[in-house]
Design a binder for this molecule. Structure first.
Ligand code: GDP
Ligand code: IMO
Ligand code: MG
Length: 449
């Protein structure tokens, strides 16, 4: 009965409720990246976590690097949800995430060393697939000099692990927790893997005993976090608890909707949240997107609005645009409204958080991409063809910059007039409300509109 009431209340209020509408509670919300990742999702999740009860990662793995800065102290989270810095919140790693147990344990340890408590506030789905050493090695071999198709992956074994999952040869946390099942599955996997490694990659292959013993030692330490997260989350929803789903990567890296094959191997879009956690779509109330005030991309693949070299260096240094996971320099470019419009469509975004507005403070002129021109045709919708993306001319509109610092502004009305115009123009072009503007990496540097 209570569940029905909560559910009906939520559905009535879909898309038009300000965050924090009832006694500090928020509707079940999915947050996704709208570009090619690194939009500042970690920061926005941290800001929103205060109002949520449970924060859930639902896809990706430790290819993600989500940064949170609290009073000058920087935290980079790869697997553990960005809500972990708030006491009394439950953080869930859903079934859709691929988990490298070694990385997970290191992350837990490093947070504990910084006095962040991790015990029953962390739950990991026992259906999550595990990353093994052979996934990481094959990921790197495929990206090596000899390879013909290079994606520029993070080399964390993400793609090969998801491939095993779909191929039905993966090993889940629940399998690891049963010695006999694990022995059988690992043996079977290695028979095939070692043949492939030796014959195709001229790699010596992997010893069963070594991986078996190592992973059993991980199992002993991870066991206490393993959970039937789907039952847990659905029961919490029935109690009226509020869930915040933390997307990793971004819409243009989605395996279906991104710049394929230059994408990651999971569904980074809102639909992935249900698949990757076991929640029904009817229990989702709101979807919000995060977009940088400009665009960045790390790894290979088309990037139509990429800056020329000089401006790229300038913005990269101002924005600290180096990968939070690999340290690689990120490519930078103008805001691409075609990319973000696509994301708004695919995710049905109710609102956008625009981050890193402060990075544009010193620019005299600021451009926004409104379309692509290819073979005389203007594309306003994101084309699926890589050939079109790589060879099209970008249609820009140009705006005057504001040439004033914004990083200590806390109210929208106090932003320089041209900064307000820029945000308003984005809203117009995207037909979507901007509900937050971030002007610095610190928790407090946020303007709520
Ligand atoms: P995520 O993967 O989407 O969580 O983003 P990353 O953490 O990889 O990259 C975003 C970077 O920008 C991090 O270093 C953040 O600390 C930083 N950041 C986030 N919001 C802002 C902002 O509004 N201004 C500035 N200057 N930096 C920001
Ligand atoms: P967050 O969550 C930016 C990119 C890689 C590469 C492609 C495939 O921090 O936004 P993978 O290792 O996933 O197979 O690499 O995806 N990539 C990211 N780029 N931010 C991320 O995560 C990324 N995770 C993967 O650079 O181009
Ligand atoms: Mg990142």
């Amino acid at each position: 009965m209570f569940y029905r009431q909560v559910s009906e209340y939520r559905q009535k209020n879909i898309y038009n409720e300000p965050i924090g509408r009832i006694k500090g509670a928020m509707p079940n919300t999915i947050l996704v990246g709208t570009q090619w990742g690194d939009e500042g999702k970690g920061k926005i999740i941290d800001v929103l976590s205060r109002q949520a009860d449970i924060i859930v990662r639902f896809q990706g793995g430790n290819n993600a690097g989500h940064t949170i800065v609290v009073k000058g102290e920087k935290f980079i989270l790869h697997l553990i949800p960005s809500g972990i810095l708030h006491k009394d919140k439950v953080c869930v790693i859903g079934n859709g995430v691929v988990v490298d147990p070694q990385v997970l344990l290191e992350e837990i340890e490093s947070l504990e060393k910084r006095n962040i408590e991790i015990n029953s506030n962390l739950k990991i789905s026992d259906q999550a697939h595990l990353i093994f050493p052979y996934h990481k090695i094959i990921d790197k071999l495929r990206e090596s000099k000899k390879a013909t198709l290079k994606i520029g992956t993070t080399g964390r074994g993400i793609g090969p692990c998801y491939a095993d999952k779909v191929n039905r040869t993966g090993i889940r946390l629940i399998d690891l927790l049963d010695k006999d099942v694990f022995r059988k599955k690992l043996k079977t996997a290695l028979v095939e893997k070692n043949e492939i490694f030796r014959k195709i990659y001229r790699h010596e292959g992997f010893s069963f005993e070594e991986i078996y013993e190592k992973y059993l030692s991980y199992a002993r330490r991870i066991k206490k976090y393993a959970f039937d997260c789907t039952s847990f989350l659905n029961a919490e929803i029935k109690k009226g608890k509020d869930i915040l789903f933390e997307g990793a990567q971004g819409t243009s890296l989605d395996v279906d909707f991104g710049t394929y094959p230059y994408v990651t191997s999971s569904n980074t879009t809102a639909g992935g949240a249900c698949i990757g956690s076991g929640i029904s779509p009817v229990d989702i109330d709101k979807i919000i997107g995060v977009a940088k005030a400009y665009t960045t991309r790390v790894g290979k693949g088309p990037f139509p609005t990429q800056f020329p070299q000089g401006l790229m260096e300038e913005i990269r240094h101002k924005g600290g645009e180096f990968g939070a996971t690999t340290g690689r320099p990120r490519r930078c470019g103008w805001f691409d409204a075609v990319v973000v419009r696509r994301s708004i469509t695919v995710n049905h975004l109710a609102a956008l958080a625009i981050t890193k507005l402060d990075v544009l403070d010193g620019l005299k002129k600021i451009k926004i991409c409104t379309g692509y021109k290819y073979n005389g045709k203007i594309y306003r919708d994101f084309p699926a063809s890589i050939k079109v993306l790589e060879n099209s001319q970008v249609v820009y509109e140009e705006h005057s910059g504001w040439l004033k610092p914004t990083s200590s502004v806390t109210h929208f009305k106090d932003l320089p007039v041209n900064a307000r115009r820029y945000i308003k123009r984005l809203e117009e072009l995207l037909e979507t409300k901007v509900s937050m503007v971030s002007v610095g990496s610190e928790r407090e540097q946020i303007i709520k509109i």
